[in-house]
Write a protein of this length. Structure first.
Length: 103
């Protein structure tokens, strides 16, 4: 999971994930056109995302298509976010129920 945190730490990589969330299956050229950096720079960021399993690729002829893999992000949510918010949500639900009970 450490690779996922490293990958998500960079704003450019988060932007690339946002682009893939908006429309999956983009080529390097399409992704590069959205950033002000060299093709090589975008390739390096995509490699980090692939190594963290946040991006999956598929060959289509001469092109390589990039797809978002949301599973590692969901695992972070379940492991680190959900367990810390669950007690707060339960407390708010208890408060709501007690306030709505007839006097």
């Amino acid at each position: 999971m450490g690779g996922v945190f490293k990958a998500l730490a960079d704003p450019t990589r988060r932007f690339l994930l946002d682009l893939l969330f908006t429309r999956d299956g983009r080529t390097l050229t399409e992704l590069e056109s959205e950033l002000e950096m060299t093709r090589f720079g975008v390739m390096k960021h995509l490699k980090v995302l692939e190594e963290a399993n946040l991006v999956a690729t598929q060959r289509s002829g001469r092109e390589k298509l990039h797809f978002l893999n949301p599973v590692p992000i969901r695992q972070i949510h379940d492991r680190w976010i959900d367990k810390y918010t669950q007690s707060r949500v339960s407390a708010l639900l208890d408060l709501k129920n007690s306030l709505e009970r007839p006097s």
